[in-house]
Design a protein around this ligand. Sequence first.
Ligand SMILES: *[C@@H]1O[C@H](CO)[C@@H](O)[C@H](O)[C@H]1NC(C)=O
Length: 121
Amino acid sequence: MASLYAARGCHVLVYPGAFNLTTGPAHWELLMRSRAVDNQVYVAAVAPARDMSAGYHSWGHSMLVDPFGSVLAEAQEEETTLLVDVDLAAVEEQRRGIPYLTQKHPELYALLDLTAEDAEQ
Ligand SMILES: *[C@@H]1O[C@H](CO)[C@@H](O)[C@H](O)[C@H]1NC(C)=O
């Protein structure tokens, strides 16, 4: 899904999610940074704050990751607002500097976008 969006020109992927207290520390940052680097896009990961009196305990840690995989801002588990400037030109800059998105081998594998107009033919 992330690769399809990137191929369609998306520069910022927004992932709402509520990982728990096991998968959060193990996978949240790992997955967000991976999607950013895989697709050379910004990733905004948006999670609910943690409420230990609720039935589900969210890891929290909303974050913004840049196309190089650097975490530009990260909340903790409390409710907060992150205000971060996003330089969309950094996406093209990153793709020029490390051009692996243009080095794919569609003769070996390709993204199949069933919603694209040419998929209906
Ligand atoms: C978090 O979710 C995983 C996957 O469903 C589960 O294995 C684990 O027990 C959960 N941990 C907590 C603390 O709820």
